[in-house]
Design a protein. Structure first.
Length: 357
């Protein structure tokens, strides 16, 4: 199962909104005879790829797969058909698939045909691997990754607003790799004005992320990189009612305009709309006000923080996360650090909410 989980990881950024799945076939006499993973959205599933390499050696053996085999016709035929054709006698899966068209149905089909099915081996690791998929299926909302670079004293800009560059070149290269594996990259109006970002992955990754701007006022620059490239790479502007006139030029240049209802649940409205679009991973890059609004809405699932060995100081210098904030330490969202490493002169920390597994 550990091997199957490692194979599944290879599909990250190429299979969404499908889950990442890996599969290993072991023959009746204990030899590893086949392996595969879901390589791209719309392509063969992991089980089919594993059986293709195993051939007749799969007969009488065991299939280890990180997610319950599907039992419905989607982009591809049911994987349960492939399992039964292979002749394996046993299937070991890490977790059941909560997708409504599967949801235990694949396991039931296999058991009804006399296949021995074991569920739960490597469950915690599989749930962590596919936490974004599980969240999208379970809540209708995408996984939110908050990213920022900050100084040792927690600043993301100086008192004059200068922020280029806090992190080093190697850290920025890592961010571009992440951009190439997410469905959307989100910033606020302030970031558009201050930094004029392009928000693309350079070099390109397996996904081309939709660029998202949050602007309650609807007041955005007449000229900027996001607007000038909106017909080449998608741009969505989320705003409030009454701003269509201000943003008519953006629409004419190719941006999509979405109006959010007034109230305190704007972040939830936004995420539900992105979920309807089947976005699985959304990267929130800032600025501090936008990051704060996601924190206040308890909507951050994962944090990527680049800590630079610099001190900025200044009471008016911008801190990394704004918003209203938490009143008591006891009420803070619980995260666990799952990765930390030195990158050039910076330290990278990745933390995930404890509740995901």
């Amino acid at each position: 199962m550990r091997r199957a989980l490692a194979l599944a990881e290879r599909g990250r950024g190429a299979v969404e909104p499908n889950p990442m799945v890996g599969a290993v076939v072991v023959s009746a006499d204990g030899r590893l005879v086949g392996e595969g993973w879901h390589e791209r959205f719309g392509g063969p599933h992991a089980e089919v790829n594993a059986f293709a390499t195993a051939g007749d050696a799969a007969r009488g053996g065991t299939l280890y797969v990180t997610l319950e085999p599907c039992c419905h016709h989607g982009k591809t035929p049911p994987c349960t058909d492939a399992v039964l054709r292979s002749g394996v006698r046993r299937v070991v899966t890490a977790i059941a698939d909560p997708f409504p068209k599967v949801a235990g149905g694949g396991i039931a089909v296999l058991q009804a045909a006399g296949v021995d099915v074991t569920v739960g081996v490597g469950e915690a690791e599989a749930r962590e691997l596919n936490a974004p998929y599980l969240k999208l299926v379970g809540t209708g909302m995408p996984w939110v990754i908050a990213k920022w670079a900050m100084s040792l004293d927690g600043k993301i800009a100086t008192r004059t607003g200068d922020s280029k560059w806090i992190s080093g070149e190697e850290s920025r290269r890592r961010v571009h790799e992440l951009r190439g594996r997410v469905d959307a990259i989100l910033v606020g109006r302030g970031t558009v004005i201050a930094d004029d970002p392009l928000l693309t992955a350079r070099p390109p990754g397996p996904l081309v992320a939709t660029r998202i701007i949050l602007s309650a006022s609807g007041e955005l620059p007449e000229r900027c990189q996001l607007r000038s490239t909106a017909k080449d790479v998608p741009v969505i502007v989320y705003t409030t009612a009454g701003n269509a006139g201000k943003l008519a030029g953006w629409q004419a240049d190719g941006a999509e305009l979405v109006t959010l209802s007034p109230g305190e649940r704007g972040v939830e409205q936004l995420l539900r709309d992105l979920g309807r679009r089947r976005f699985t991973n959304v990267l929130v890059e800032g600025g501090a006000g936008v990051l704060g609004s996601f924190l206040d809405a308890d909507a951050i699932d994962e944090a990527h923080v680049y800590l630079a060995a610099k001190l900025i100081g200044g009471a008016s210098a911008t801190s990394s996360v704004g918003g209203v904030g938490i009143g008591r330490i006891a009420d803070t969202a619980r995260f666990r650090i799952v990765e930390s490493e030195s990158i050039g002169g910076d330290v990278f920390v990745r933390a995930v909410r404890r509740s995901v597994t």
